[in-house]
Ligand binder design. Structure first.
Ligand SMILES: *[C@@H]1O[C@H](CO)[C@@H](O)[C@H](O)[C@H]1NC(C)=O
Ligand SMILES: *[C@@H]1O[C@H](CO)[C@@H](O)[C@H](O)[C@H]1NC(C)=O
Length: 413
């Protein structure tokens, strides 16, 4: 079983960046594939980057670089508000696993959440967390050569990246608070930050958590439990043969997925999403599904996946288990400490879906029972709703975006 997984991962790893032992780099980077995509008639938005998308849809944007305490250089894109309203504080958007800032806008000017926020006079800051295609940079480590670059999971994203981005945005805008909207791992990162660095709760007026991934008990994803139980072995194997990064962009697999999904989006990507997240065919338009694959699968660390694997196996929301000896050194305890979400004192809205395999209502109940300042736990009233529908779904504007704007209205000064 593990052998086949490793072979599979090996092939997905034909990428620009393989840190191999010891510090040897094999490059399988694809040349620029854009001319080919144009020739094949891809939807243009599949291959446009954040800046190009905002320009195309007529929204001025800026690119900012944020330095974290531990030396990572993160790209944060800002979409300027379409109108001025002094009551409105900045909004920080936090993407999910193997995802990026693009997810908030690639569905276009009518239904892109980033654009809708700008239309409503909000100043929008779309983060890119360490390791994704926009944020593969560090002051000392080279992600293509230094394995140490990849020694992080959602813990470090929550502990270092989010606070750095919040401080940067507040300082640039001369505000004392921001809104946060996270999706999937963007919620995990937030709950790590707000429980490990509780002083940051004062800087968050309200957070909206879309498809929260915190407790991961009894996942319905086929094979998830087996993979999770094997995650230590898989990680050790991948490390031994020199892999620290998975699912990077500019790799053969990413390009093949992009290609197939242009032509048979529902059958190919739809099936992939339905197995992994509970997606129901047709609940995202074929065009958006096709375009999404140009922006999804854009890089993660092996350690992040292993950490999620540990959450599945332990059934708890806890720090990375390094093994007894290392745990004692790092945490002073045999077992890794649990994250204490009772310390998340800022107001939280959880937005959930009936058919989301990764964010089940059962697990959300565990989370909501422990949050001291829960404003609402909103379940989208649509049985087919799943993990990505919050951002890309048919009727996302009506079910989710309008709802979020209403929550903001309640919390605006
Ligand atoms: C987006 O694409 C443009 C045009 O290819 C390029 O100049 C720019 O550097 C890209 N931006 C980022 C952040 O990658
Ligand atoms: C969790 O945080 C709450 C609120 O700060 C505190 O009262 C409680 O003792 C903490 N629990 C643990 C196990 O540390």
């Amino acid at each position: 079983m593990i052998k086949y997984i490793v072979i599979l991962l090996y092939f997905q790893q034909f990428t620009g960046s393989i840190p191999t032992q010891p510090n040897r780099l094999i490059s399988y980077a694809l040349p620029d594939t854009r001319p080919l995509k144009k020739a094949l008639g891809f939807y243009e938005d599949t291959y446009l980057n954040f800046t190009e998308l905002t320009t195309k849809y007529g929204y001025p944007s800026e690119k900012h670089t944020v330095l974290t305490e531990d030396g990572y250089l993160l790209t944060v894109f800002r979409i300027l508000p379409k109108c001025i309203d002094k009551q409105k504080i900045p909004i920080i958007l936090g993407h999910g696993l193997v995802d990026s800032s693009d997810s908030w806008i690639f569905t276009g000017s009518e239904t892109g959440f980033g654009f809708i926020l700008s239309n409503n006079c909000y100043d929008v800051w779309a983060a890119n967390f360490r390791g994704n295609t926009y944020s593969r940079k560090h002051v000392r480590f080279d992600p293509n050569k230094d394995p140490d670059y990849w020694e992080f999971s959602f813990h470090e994203v929550g502990y270092f990246d989010l606070p750095a981005i919040i401080d940067y945005v507040l300082s640039k805008t001369a505000q004392s608070q921001a809104y946060y909207v996270g999706q999937s791992q963007g919620t995990t990162d937030f709950f790590v930050m707000a429980s490990q660095r509780p002083e940051y709760n004062d800087k968050i007026r309200l957070s909206i958590q879309l498809a929260p991934v915190v407790w991961l008990r009894n996942l319905k994803v086929p094979g998830a439990n087996i993979l999770a139980r094997e995650s230590k072995n898989i990680k050790d194997l991948l490390y031994a043969i020199g892999f620290r990064e998975l699912f990077a962009k500019q790799q053969v697999i990413h390009t093949i997925v992009e290609l197939i999904c242009q032509f048979i989006p529902q059958t190919a990507c739809g099936t992939f999403l339905s197995l992994t997240t509970g997606y129901v065919y047709g609940s995202i338009t074929s065009k958006n599904l096709a375009v999404s694959m140009g922006h999804l699968i854009v890089g993660a660390s092996v350690k992040t996946l292993a950490h999620f694997g540990q959450l599945i196996v332990s059934g708890d929301f806890q720090q990375y288990d390094e093994g007894v000896e290392e745990n004692i050194k790092k945490y002073g305890t045999i077992k890794p400490p649990k994250y204490n979400v009772s310390r998340v004192s800022s107001p939280v809205v959880l937005i959930c879906a009936e058919n989301d395999y990764l964010s089940s209502l059962e697990n959300i109940n565990v989370l909501s029972s422990r949050l001291p300042n829960l404003v609402d736990r909103y379940i989208v009233p649509e049985l087919t709703w799943s993990h990505h529908n919050h951002l890309w779904g048919v009727r996302a504007t009506e079910y989710v975006f309008q709802k979020i704007l209403n929550y903001f209205d309640r919390f605006n000064a």
